[in-house]
Design a protein around this ligand. Structure first.
Ligand SMILES: CC(C)(COP(=O)(O)OP(=O)(O)OC[C@H]1O[C@@H](n2cnc3c(N)ncnc32)[C@H](O)[C@@H]1OP(=O)(O)O)[C@@H](O)C(=O)NCCC(=O)NCCS
Length: 204
Protein backbone atom coordinates (compact mmCIF):
# COMPACT_ATOMS: atom_id res chain seq x y z
CA UNK A 1 0.00 0.00 0.00
CA UNK A 2 1.33 3.47 -0.89
CA UNK A 3 2.67 5.53 2.01
CA UNK A 4 0.66 8.64 2.85
CA UNK A 5 2.12 12.12 3.20
CA UNK A 6 2.05 11.72 7.01
CA UNK A 7 3.90 8.38 6.87
CA UNK A 8 6.57 9.76 4.54
CA UNK A 9 7.05 12.75 6.85
CA UNK A 10 7.16 10.59 10.00
CA UNK A 11 9.71 8.24 8.44
CA UNK A 12 11.97 11.21 7.80
CA UNK A 13 11.96 12.23 11.48
CA UNK A 14 15.36 11.78 13.09
CA UNK A 15 15.81 9.90 16.35
CA UNK A 16 16.49 13.25 18.04
CA UNK A 17 13.20 14.66 16.74
CA UNK A 18 11.31 11.59 17.98
CA UNK A 19 13.09 11.76 21.35
CA UNK A 20 11.76 15.28 21.82
CA UNK A 21 8.38 13.74 22.69
CA UNK A 22 9.66 11.18 25.20
CA UNK A 23 10.97 12.09 28.68
CA UNK A 24 14.65 11.21 29.11
CA UNK A 25 14.05 9.31 32.36
CA UNK A 26 11.39 7.13 33.94
CA UNK A 27 11.29 6.44 37.68
CA UNK A 28 9.39 3.60 39.34
CA UNK A 29 9.75 1.09 42.16
CA UNK A 30 12.73 2.99 43.57
CA UNK A 31 14.62 2.67 40.26
CA UNK A 32 15.58 5.20 37.64
CA UNK A 33 15.61 4.25 33.99
CA UNK A 34 17.22 6.35 31.29
CA UNK A 35 15.39 6.44 28.01
CA UNK A 36 16.83 6.79 24.51
CA UNK A 37 15.34 6.78 21.04
CA UNK A 38 17.28 5.28 18.14
CA UNK A 39 17.03 4.13 14.58
CA UNK A 40 18.33 0.66 13.73
CA UNK A 41 21.53 2.10 12.28
CA UNK A 42 22.23 4.07 15.50
CA UNK A 43 22.59 0.84 17.50
CA UNK A 44 26.02 -0.65 18.15
CA UNK A 45 26.59 -4.37 17.72
CA UNK A 46 26.59 -4.72 21.53
CA UNK A 47 23.20 -2.98 21.76
CA UNK A 48 21.74 -5.11 18.97
CA UNK A 49 22.96 -8.21 20.79
CA UNK A 50 21.26 -7.06 24.01
CA UNK A 51 18.02 -6.29 22.16
CA UNK A 52 18.11 -9.72 20.56
CA UNK A 53 18.95 -11.55 23.82
CA UNK A 54 16.03 -10.00 25.67
CA UNK A 55 13.71 -10.90 22.79
CA UNK A 56 15.00 -14.49 22.79
CA UNK A 57 14.67 -14.84 26.59
CA UNK A 58 11.08 -13.58 26.55
CA UNK A 59 9.73 -14.97 23.30
CA UNK A 60 11.52 -18.18 22.29
CA UNK A 61 8.88 -20.49 23.78
CA UNK A 62 5.99 -18.58 22.16
CA UNK A 63 7.56 -18.50 18.68
CA UNK A 64 8.85 -22.06 18.85
CA UNK A 65 5.35 -23.43 19.45
CA UNK A 66 3.55 -20.99 17.11
CA UNK A 67 2.62 -21.02 13.43
CA UNK A 68 5.39 -18.41 12.92
CA UNK A 69 8.12 -20.82 14.06
CA UNK A 70 11.52 -19.78 15.46
CA UNK A 71 13.56 -18.15 12.69
CA UNK A 72 16.27 -15.87 14.12
CA UNK A 73 17.55 -14.77 10.71
CA UNK A 74 14.24 -13.42 9.40
CA UNK A 75 13.28 -12.03 12.82
CA UNK A 76 16.55 -10.07 13.04
CA UNK A 77 15.97 -8.67 9.54
CA UNK A 78 12.52 -7.49 10.65
CA UNK A 79 13.72 -6.06 13.98
CA UNK A 80 16.71 -4.18 12.58
CA UNK A 81 15.04 -3.03 9.37
CA UNK A 82 16.06 0.55 8.41
CA UNK A 83 12.45 1.69 9.08
CA UNK A 84 12.52 0.37 12.67
CA UNK A 85 12.63 2.86 15.52
CA UNK A 86 13.60 1.92 19.08
CA UNK A 87 12.68 3.38 22.46
CA UNK A 88 15.12 1.82 24.92
CA UNK A 89 15.17 1.84 28.74
CA UNK A 90 18.36 1.23 30.72
CA UNK A 91 18.45 0.90 34.48
CA UNK A 92 20.69 3.68 35.81
CA UNK A 93 21.47 2.07 39.19
CA UNK A 94 22.48 -1.30 37.71
CA UNK A 95 26.04 -2.08 36.75
CA UNK A 96 26.56 -2.47 33.86
CA UNK A 97 23.62 -0.34 32.76
CA UNK A 98 22.12 -2.90 30.41
CA UNK A 99 18.98 -2.59 28.31
CA UNK A 100 16.07 -3.71 30.50
CA UNK A 101 13.15 -2.85 28.23
CA UNK A 102 12.41 -1.59 24.75
CA UNK A 103 9.78 -1.15 22.13
CA UNK A 104 10.40 -1.35 18.38
CA UNK A 105 7.98 0.47 16.11
CA UNK A 106 7.46 1.69 12.57
CA UNK A 107 5.21 4.25 10.95
CA UNK A 108 3.08 2.19 8.59
CA UNK A 109 -0.01 2.36 6.41
CA UNK A 110 -2.44 -0.43 7.39
CA UNK A 111 -5.94 -0.84 5.96
CA UNK A 112 -5.99 2.79 4.71
CA UNK A 113 -4.94 4.18 8.09
CA UNK A 114 -1.67 5.73 9.25
CA UNK A 115 -0.49 3.79 12.27
CA UNK A 116 2.34 3.33 14.73
CA UNK A 117 2.95 -0.41 14.40
CA UNK A 118 4.53 -1.81 17.55
CA UNK A 119 6.75 -4.67 16.36
CA UNK A 120 8.11 -5.47 19.80
CA UNK A 121 7.58 -4.63 23.42
CA UNK A 122 9.98 -6.42 25.74
CA UNK A 123 10.60 -5.93 29.45
CA UNK A 124 13.17 -8.10 31.26
CA UNK A 125 11.77 -10.30 34.02
CA UNK A 126 13.31 -8.35 36.91
CA UNK A 127 11.93 -5.01 35.66
CA UNK A 128 8.31 -6.08 35.16
CA UNK A 129 5.23 -4.77 36.94
CA UNK A 130 6.72 -1.35 37.65
CA UNK A 131 4.93 0.39 34.81
CA UNK A 132 7.68 0.35 32.17
CA UNK A 133 5.59 -1.57 29.62
CA UNK A 134 2.64 0.79 30.04
CA UNK A 135 4.93 3.81 29.87
CA UNK A 136 6.58 2.63 26.63
CA UNK A 137 3.14 1.99 25.12
CA UNK A 138 2.00 5.49 26.06
CA UNK A 139 5.17 6.88 24.49
CA UNK A 140 4.20 5.21 21.19
CA UNK A 141 0.82 6.95 21.32
CA UNK A 142 2.46 10.29 22.14
CA UNK A 143 4.90 10.01 19.25
CA UNK A 144 2.08 8.85 16.96
CA UNK A 145 -0.11 11.81 17.91
CA UNK A 146 2.68 14.22 17.06
CA UNK A 147 3.17 12.70 13.61
CA UNK A 148 -0.52 12.50 12.72
CA UNK A 149 -0.94 8.72 13.16
CA UNK A 150 -4.42 7.35 13.82
CA UNK A 151 -3.77 4.33 16.02
CA UNK A 152 -1.20 2.09 17.67
CA UNK A 153 -1.36 -1.49 16.37
CA UNK A 154 0.39 -4.73 17.26
CA UNK A 155 0.25 -8.50 16.89
CA UNK A 156 0.10 -10.76 19.95
CA UNK A 157 0.05 -14.55 20.30
CA UNK A 158 -3.21 -15.80 21.80
CA UNK A 159 -1.09 -18.09 24.02
CA UNK A 160 0.61 -15.01 25.55
CA UNK A 161 -2.01 -14.48 28.21
CA UNK A 162 -0.01 -12.05 30.34
CA UNK A 163 0.61 -9.78 27.33
CA UNK A 164 -3.09 -9.97 26.44
CA UNK A 165 -4.00 -8.93 30.00
CA UNK A 166 -1.45 -6.14 29.83
CA UNK A 167 -2.79 -4.75 26.53
CA UNK A 168 -6.42 -5.12 27.61
CA UNK A 169 -5.69 -3.20 30.81
CA UNK A 170 -4.13 -0.45 28.67
CA UNK A 171 -7.32 -0.16 26.57
CA UNK A 172 -6.33 -2.11 23.45
CA UNK A 173 -9.12 -3.91 21.58
CA UNK A 174 -9.23 -6.52 18.81
CA UNK A 175 -8.60 -4.61 15.58
CA UNK A 176 -11.02 -4.90 12.65
CA UNK A 177 -8.22 -6.47 10.60
CA UNK A 178 -7.66 -9.23 13.17
CA UNK A 179 -8.61 -12.77 12.11
CA UNK A 180 -10.65 -13.13 15.30
CA UNK A 181 -12.60 -9.87 14.93
CA UNK A 182 -16.35 -10.68 14.72
CA UNK A 183 -16.49 -9.06 11.26
CA UNK A 184 -14.13 -11.77 9.96
CA UNK A 185 -15.79 -14.70 11.71
CA UNK A 186 -17.07 -16.20 8.43
CA UNK A 187 -13.51 -16.91 7.30
CA UNK A 188 -12.60 -20.34 8.73
CA UNK A 189 -8.92 -20.09 7.73
CA UNK A 190 -8.41 -16.78 9.47
CA UNK A 191 -10.40 -17.83 12.51
CA UNK A 192 -7.97 -20.60 13.44
CA UNK A 193 -4.97 -18.22 13.62
CA UNK A 194 -2.88 -18.34 16.78
CA UNK A 195 -2.49 -14.57 16.99
CA UNK A 196 -4.64 -11.46 17.35
CA UNK A 197 -4.14 -7.96 16.03
CA UNK A 198 -4.90 -5.33 18.65
CA UNK A 199 -5.15 -1.57 18.37
CA UNK A 200 -5.94 1.57 20.30
CA UNK A 201 -6.98 4.87 18.70
CA UNK A 202 -4.66 7.83 19.08
CA UNK A 203 -6.41 10.99 20.14
CA UNK A 204 -4.82 14.02 18.50
C1 LIG B 1 3.74 -7.81 28.72
C2 LIG B 1 4.85 -6.95 29.29
C3 LIG B 1 5.44 -6.08 28.18
C4 LIG B 1 4.26 -6.05 30.39
O1 LIG B 1 5.28 -5.14 30.83
P1 LIG B 1 5.33 -4.59 32.34
O2 LIG B 1 6.32 -3.48 32.36
O3 LIG B 1 5.55 -5.70 33.27
O4 LIG B 1 3.84 -4.05 32.50
P2 LIG B 1 3.35 -2.84 33.46
O5 LIG B 1 4.11 -2.88 34.74
O6 LIG B 1 3.39 -1.56 32.70
O7 LIG B 1 1.84 -3.29 33.71
C5 LIG B 1 0.73 -2.41 33.58
C6 LIG B 1 -0.53 -3.18 33.87
O8 LIG B 1 -0.71 -4.23 32.89
C7 LIG B 1 -1.30 -5.38 33.52
N1 LIG B 1 -0.33 -6.50 33.49
C8 LIG B 1 1.01 -6.42 33.26
N2 LIG B 1 1.56 -7.66 33.30
C9 LIG B 1 0.56 -8.51 33.58
C10 LIG B 1 0.51 -9.92 33.76
N3 LIG B 1 1.61 -10.70 33.67
N4 LIG B 1 -0.69 -10.49 34.05
C11 LIG B 1 -1.82 -9.73 34.15
N5 LIG B 1 -1.82 -8.38 33.98
C12 LIG B 1 -0.65 -7.78 33.70
C13 LIG B 1 -1.59 -4.97 34.96
O9 LIG B 1 -2.90 -4.40 34.98
C14 LIG B 1 -0.53 -3.92 35.21
O10 LIG B 1 -0.87 -3.01 36.24
P3 LIG B 1 -0.50 -3.40 37.78
O11 LIG B 1 0.94 -3.86 37.79
O12 LIG B 1 -0.72 -2.10 38.50
O13 LIG B 1 -1.45 -4.50 38.15
C15 LIG B 1 5.97 -7.82 29.96
O14 LIG B 1 5.36 -8.75 30.82
C16 LIG B 1 6.85 -8.57 28.97
O15 LIG B 1 7.86 -8.03 28.48
N6 LIG B 1 6.48 -9.83 28.70
C17 LIG B 1 7.28 -10.69 27.80
C18 LIG B 1 7.34 -10.14 26.39
C19 LIG B 1 5.95 -9.98 25.78
O16 LIG B 1 5.06 -10.81 25.93
N7 LIG B 1 5.81 -8.86 25.03
C20 LIG B 1 4.58 -8.56 24.32
C21 LIG B 1 4.64 -9.22 22.99
S1 LIG B 1 3.21 -8.81 22.01
Amino acid sequence: MRASVAIRKANKATATELAGFVPATYEAGGHRFSISVSTASDLSKHERDQVWRLFEENMYDFYHTSSFGWNPQSKKLEMFDPRSRFIIARQDDACPSNIVAYTIFRFDREEYQDVVYCYELQVSKHARRCGLGRWLTLSLATIGANWGMEKVMLTVFKANQSALSFYTSAGFLIDESSPDHPANSGDQTLDTCDYSILSIPISS
